[in-house]
Design a protein. Structure first.
Length: 256
């Protein structure tokens, strides 16, 4: 999770993102960020990059699969920056298999990381966000949470639930001045996508070329493509946008 002091030069208490989203973009846009990850080396690397730009960054090492981790992370962010303006839920894993090949243990693992962690982080953050109207929650779903996908039963189910949970958050907490929106990336060139391709026997280099050819823009997405959308939805510039799902897929869904 990331928490901080400013977002887009307007907020005064910050942004919370968790796991391996792209906090560098939020820092570039004016946020002080608390970054949550179980990987200490990753946290230190990103924290150093942000601090070199002159922005504030606070690393929080927790495993969001643990029931109390979200509360600990949010409390650490609030203690550091004095409040909480935004939450970005970016944790996620993908294990490619059909439902008949998915064990209950694997199902529970994917659901815990991709969905239950979102529930826990939102539950921990909302009481703090209620204290000052204008808060924003941005969840990271997936294009496969909108349209489904092959050999991805647990992943598609978890991301579809994230999208609908976000709508429920928007309805319940809009009157309290809290917005909630979901970004749903398509194929984004990340280690996660390359790992997915390897899981189903596709060479990542060839898979990326095929993916690019299948979308109208003729390329796969970048982390920066997603980060830009997240920063917009977390900022006051999107003050009248809530309960929406923004698909970031280079036109893949539009092309069927």
């Amino acid at each position: 999770m990331n928490a901080g002091e400013q977002l887009g030069g307007v907020g005064d208490r910050g942004c919370v993102r968790y796991r391996r989203g792209h906090p560098i973009r939020l820092a570039h846009d004016g946020a002080s960020v608390a970054i949550v990850d179980m990987n200490r080396e990753h946290l230190e690397n990103v924290t150093d990059q942000i601090r070199k730009t002159g922005q504030q960054a606070h690393p929080v090492v927790v495993d969001l699969r643990e029931p109390e981790a979200a509360d600990m992370a949010v409390r650490s962010a609030v203690d550091t920056f004095g409040g909480l303006d935004a939450l970005v839920t970016a944790a996620g894993i993908s294990r490619r298999s059909s439902i008949v090949d998915t064990s209950e243990e694997l199902w529970n693992h994917v659901i815990t990381v991709n969905l239950t962690s979102v529930f826990r982080c939102c539950k921990a953050a909302i009481p703090w966000m209620r204290q000052k109207p204008g808060g924003a929650i941005v969840t990271v779903g997936s294009a496969w949470g909108v349209a489904g996908g092959p050999r991805a039963a647990a992943y598609a189910a978890s991301k579809g639930a994230v999208v609908n949970l976000t709508r429920a958050l928007a309805i319940d907490h809009g009157p309290e001045g809290i917005r909630a929106n979901s970004v749903c990336p398509g194929d984004i060139d990340t280690p996660l996508l390359r790992s997915e391709m390897e899981q189903v026997g596709i060479d990542p280099k060839e898979g990326l070329l095929e993916s690019a050819a299948s979308r109208p823009v003729r390329r796969v997405g970048t982390v920066e493509d997603v980060a830009a959308a997240i920063s917009f939805l977390a900022s006051p510039e999107s003050a009248y946008i809530t309960g929406t799902t923004l698909v970031i897929d280079g036109g893949w869904l539009a092309g069927g």
